[in-house]
Design a protein around this ligand. Structure first.
Ligand SMILES: Cc1cc2nc3c(=O)[nH]c(=O)nc-3n(C[C@H](O)[C@H](O)[C@H](O)COP(=O)(O)O)c2cc1C
Length: 192
């Protein structure tokens, strides 16, 4: 049975800067696959470079900043086996080279060959607020596609996990996402 890890993929742009994008990694019989929708800068970079880095990150502000186009300082560190960088405060990372690309009009599949994996710090367990932020990021990335009423109800539900278990980072990410939704449609967010 396949499953998905929610990660941040770093790739090298033409100008040598680093692109960070939230992307699901599909685990299919231990094989890693990325499925970026077209158009995607990450897809372009991965095809051009033939490689990239999957970052496993618990600082959910990075997910929220990408999805809301908010500029925050993200520190990087060069990885050892490919010409790219990882997110410095990632818990761990996988460097991959492209094994195969199954092209598709909307959503190609990139089959990744992991060539190096490293752990950088402790994983301190699950946190409901972090999961809630990931869920809200997904909702924000689908504004205008998902029905407004569903978004309103989901926010009410996700707020419970935030109020019970969030730390400073999660509150900050929540605020950015709610502001973003407010800018999209004020009345989705009454009393949040
Ligand atoms: C948790 C999470 C998982 C995501 N997974 C995917 C994915 O698997 N494929 C995709 O195309 N977009 C995914 N997105 C949305 C992308 O991050 C977004 O479309 C992004 O702009 C990709 O384009 P880029 O490579 O130009 O940054 C995800 C977003 C979040 C918050």
């Amino acid at each position: 049975m396949g499953y998905v890890r929610e990660t941040l993929v770093t790739t090298k742009n033409r100008d040598q800067s680093i692109k960070v994008s939230p992307l699901g990694v599909y685990i299919d019989n231990k094989i890693l696959k990325l499925k970026p929708f077209k158009p995607s800068k990450s897809l372009e970079n991965i095809i051009r470079n033939g490689s990239g880095v999957i970052n496993y990150v618990d600082d959910v502000r990075i997910f929220a900043s990408c999805i809301t186009n908010r500029k925050i300082q993200i520190n990087f560190e060069k990885v050892s086996k490919i010409d790219c960088s990882r997110i410095k405060n990632a818990i761990s990372h996988t460097e991959f080279i492209v094994k195969d690309i199954q092209d598709h009009n909307e959503r190609p599949t990139i089959v990744c060959n992991p060539i190096n994996e490293e752990t950088h710090k402790m994983f301190y367990g699950f946190n409901r607020a972090k999961s809630a932020i990931i869920e809200l990021c997904i909702l924000v990335s689908r504004l205008g596609i998902i029905e407004d009423n569903k978004i309103k109800n989901e926010i009410e539900y996700l707020k419970i996990a935030i109020e019970k278990t969030a730390g400073q980072n999660e509150y900050e990410a929540w605020y950015w996402l709610i502001e973003h939704i407010k800018n999209y449609k004020e009345d989705l967010i009454k009393n949040v």
